[in-house]
Write a protein of this length. Structure first.
Length: 488
């Protein structure tokens, strides 16, 4: 089978319709939208474009299924998730190729995402059995206190394009475990991975109406009627802080339970006693995972002045070796950015930094030709006034600035409205603890360049979000606490 034939076969096996109430159907308006290959700029296929009426139908289906699904035995909910975990891993090759075609990253990275996404199903298959409460004697001994946990109810999920499968399983997994029904609107750039995931869950026995998937060219058009409906009880969003603020405001009308995983501006701190090889290896992971299109991506490198040149030179040498190209090609390390708007934003931030005194040690510009490629870039001598030290880059660009003291490093790291993740490299245990405690972030990678873990609470502080996904804390977002006073 030729490469082109296999790619088309993978696309053809995926549904291109809305998934509502256990049925695949066209949008009520009959319209479609194109899914683009960011490596070529050409359309891969057409999918259904949902209308507000379709959004209401999806919520109707979720509401109708809620009571029965909440009463489903935890064992059954856990078993569906476990089968989902096994199926995702069994089909990792095809699912990874599908993801690369619509999102752009190298197939090896897409396959790693499928494995990561599956872990949320494995983790929450166990959490379904560990939903507990408590029973205790009241202080006056005249009554008893009974505390129970119950599913919050129908949920609405909005996910981004950068991790199209994992951002789905990270929300769907705990919702299934808790007994909640869902409407999921994936990003219009990467809907095929969402449809494929819905097909997997359908095959694994998830009842119709528990998960409903709608795709639309107008996110606000289909979201407004869902968020404004008093039957919805929870909203979970992963995306930009700007959009998150608007959604929180909309959710306030019905006092929805919200969880928000928003923008990041991750500082990467390297102290003078750090293991330089380990720091460089961690930097490559933290910066170049997912082409730099990750909220956890190292956005700025703050390096002790005495080792700043050594780090900059080492990072540039490693970045030079990366091969840019279509993610489906052999030995490609860096695929295209998601679209021309994203690439133009990255170019604008780089130009701003260079205009304010930074030096491009390697890269610094767009790659000519088809697709939305940008050169792996290392910028030295970045001014504190450069926008990319304040704004999320979301691309393969590593800006480097220096510091003279621990206090200065912490202050620079915290000089942002965001607080998702930070990275720290040092051999000094006391310093490590001081710095980790001083950083204003929800997560810290200490001497490692990746924090993502299905068994750990993922989330930020400040304007990087509300709530946690993953870990023991992840299922709490989908449960309400009910207290019963028992008269004896």
């Amino acid at each position: 089978m030729s490469v082109a034939t296999r790619e088309q076969a993978v696309i053809d096996r995926v549904a291109n319709q809305l998934y509502i109430g256990g049925e695949w159907r066209d949008g009520s308006g009959g319209e479609t939208l194109a899914v683009e290959d960011p490596a070529t700029g050409e359309a891969l296929c057409e999918i259904a474009d949902a209308t507000p009426d379709d959004a209401k139908a999806a919520l109707d289906a979720a509401v109708a299924a809620q009571a029965e699904w909440a009463a489903t035995p935890p064992n059954e909910r856990g078993e569906i998730l476990w089968r989902g975990f096994e199926t995702l891993n069994e089909r990792a090759d095809d699912l990874a190729l599908l993801m690369t075609l619509e999102m752009g990253k190298a197939v090896a990275e897409s396959k790693a995402e499928i494995a990561y996404a599956a872990e949320f199903f494995r983790w929450f298959s166990g959490e379904a059995l560990r939903i507990d409460g408590n029973y205790k004697v009241a202080g006056n001994a005249a009554s008893r206190v009974l505390v129970m946990r119950q599913p919050v109810g129908p949920c609405y999920f909005i996910t981004p394009w950068n991790f199209p499968t994992a951002m789905g399983t990270r929300k769907i997994g705990p919702a299934i475990a808790a007994g909640c029904t869902m409407v999921w609107k994936p990003a219009q750039q990467t809907p095929l991975s969402a449809f494929a995931l819905a097909q997997v869950l359908e095959e694994c026995g998830l009842p119709g109406g528990v998960l409903n998937v709608i795709t639309s060219s107008s996110s606000s058009g289909v979201s407004a009627p869902i968020i404004g409906d008093g039957r919805l009880r929870k909203l979970s969003f992963t995306g930009s802080t700007e959009v998150g603020r608007k959604l929180i405001a909309q959710a306030s009308d019905n006092v929805l339970k919200v969880s928000m995983e928003l923008g990041g501006n991750a500082p990467f701190l390297i102290f003078d006693d750090a293991d330089m090889d380990a720091a460089l290896e961690g930097a490559m992971i933290a910066k170049m995972r997912n082409i730099g299109e990750a909220c956890t991506s190292a956005n700025r490198f703050h390096v002790a002045g005495s080792v700043a040149d050594e780090f900059a030179s080492g990072l540039a040498d490693r970045m030079k070796k990366l091969r840019t190209g279509r993610g489906t090609d052999d030995d490609v390390d860096v695929g295209p950015l998601i679209d021309d708007n994203q690439r133009s934003k990255v170019a604008e931030l780089v130009d701003d930094a260079v205009g304010k005194g930074a030096t491009a040690l390697i890269g610094g510009g767009k790659v000519d030709g088809a697709g939305y490629f940008f050169e792996p870039t290392v910028l030295g001598g970045v001014s504190p006034e450069a926008r990319l030290l304040k704004e999320e880059i979301f691309g393969p660009v590593a800006p480097i600035a220096s510091f003279d003291s621990e206090k200065e490093a912490i202050a620079a790291a915290n000089d942002t409205e965001f607080g998702l993740v930070a990275y720290v490299f040092t051999k000094d245990l006391k310093r490590a603890l001081r710095v980790c405690e001083g950083l204003e972030s929800g997560m810290v990678g200490l001497n490692q360049g990746m924090v993502s873990n299905a068994g750990a609470p993922f989330g930020g502080v400040k304007q990087s979000g509300i709530g946690r996904e993953g870990g023991n804390e992840g299922i709490d977002e989908y449960l309400e606490t009910k207290y019963v006073a028992v008269n004896l």
